[in-house]
Design a binder for this molecule. Structure first.
Ligand code: SF4
Length: 275
C-alpha cells in the first residue's frame, strides 16, 4: 500500500507564526497566561500548551489578569477592548491575512456599505468580522444558493472567510458579479486554503482513499472534505492518528486489482509531526 503525503502538509504559515510567538512566551513572567479559545483547532497543540502553563479560556469572562493571547482568527473590536480591561497585557496573534479582511470590512463600513460574508456563522474569524461590520450591518451566507440575501437597496461589500470552500466561493463571486453589478467583491480567501484545496483536487483523481487530518473544529478540514468532485476519492476526516482508521482505508481499497495510492492532506492547524 502506497501513501502519498500532500506537499502542503503541516501548519500554514499563519498558524506557525501564532504558535511560535506563543511558545516564546515565558509563562512564569505572568500571573497567568490564557488564550481566548484554543490557539489553533488542534487538540494536541492545546495539550502541549497546557503543559507549558498556557491555558485555554472558553469565554472572555474567564480571563482575569495576566497575559491574554488572541489566536490567528482574530477578535472583534469590542472583544479586544474587553481583553484590555481584563488582562495585564495582550499578545495579538491575529493572522495578517485575517487582519487584511478586518481592514477591508472597516474601510467599506466607513463608506456606508452593508457587509455580506460567505462563511460559517459560528467560526471565530467570522464572529470577529461581524464585530467589525456591526451586528445590524452584516449577513452571513453559506453558499451561492443564499445570494438572494444580498440587499438590493444597499451598497454592499461581499467577502469570504479565509478558509471556506474555494470552488463555492468562485461560484459566489461569479454569480454575484452577474446578478448584482454594483456589489463590491473582495477576494479575501487565503492562499494557503487555495493551495491545499488545489492539491486535494489533483490527488483525489489518482488515489483510492484520502484522509484529511485536522481538528474537528478546523474550518480548513471541513472545507477540504467538501472540495473533491464526484466520482473521485472522497476524503474522510480524522483528528488523531489512533482514529486514522486503517480498516476504513483497507475497505476503500479492497477488491481493487491494482490499488492506487492513499493520500493524506490535512487542515491548516495540523502539525507535520502529527501526520
Ligand atoms: S489558513 Fe490562512 S488565514 Fe488562516 S491562519 Fe493560515 S495563513 Fe492565516
Amino acid at each position: 500500500m502506497e501513501f502519498i503525503l500532500a506537499k502542503t502538509a503541516g501548519f500554514c504559515w499563519g498558524v506557525r507564526l501564532a504558535l511560535n510567538k506563543t511558545l516564546e512566551v515565558e509563562a512564569s513572567q505572568y500571573q497567568k497566561v490564557t488564550t481566548l479559545g484554543p490557539l489553533v483547532h488542534n487538540p494536541q497543540v492545546v495539550d502541549l500548551l497546557r503543559h507549558r502553563e498556557i491555558h485555554n479560556a472558553g469565554a472572555i469572562q474567564e480571563i482575569d489578569g495576566g497575559l491574554a493571547i488572541i489566536r490567528s482568527h482574530g477578535v472583534s473590536p469590542a472583544d479586544y477592548a474587553e481583553l484590555e480591561r481584563r488582562s495585564d497585557a495582550i499578545l495579538d496573534n491575529t493572522c495578517p491575512i485575517v487582519k487584511r479582511s478586518q481592514k477591508v470590512v472597516q474601510t467599506y463600513v466607513k463608506k456606508g456599505h452593508f457587509v455580506v460574508i460567505y462563511g460559517e456563522p459560528r467560526h471565530a474569524e467570522v464572529i470577529g468580522l461581524i464585530g467589525f461590520a456591526g451586528a445590524d450591518n452584516v449577513r452571513i451566507i453559506e453558499g451561492a444558493h443564499e445570494l438572494d440575501k444580498i440587499p438590493a437597496d444597499r451598497n454592499v461589500l461581499l467577502i469570504t472567510q479565509t478558509t471556506t470552500n474555494v470552488a463555492e466561493w468562485q461560484r459566489i463571486m461569479k454569480e454575484a458579479r452577474e446578478r448584482f453589478p454594483s456589489v463590491v467583491v473582495k477576494d479575501t480567501m487565503c492562499d494557503a486554503t487555495v493551495e491545499r484545496q488545489d492539491e486535494i483536487l489533483e490527488l483525489c483523481r489518482s488515489v483510492d482513499a484520502m484522509v484529511v487530518i485536522g481538528g474537528k473544529n478546523s474550518g480548513t478540514r471541513r472545507a477540504s472534505r467538501k472540495s473533491p468532485p464526484r466520482n473521485s476519492a472522497s476524503p474522510r476526516g480524522t483528528s488523531k492518528p489512533k482514529t486514522n482508521s486503517r480498516a476504513w482505508i483497507s475497505r476503500r481499497t479492497a477488491g481493487s486489482a491494482s490499488p492506487r495510492a492513499r493520500a493524506r492532506p490535512r487542515g491548516a492547524s495540523t502539525a507535520s509531526w502529527r501526520i
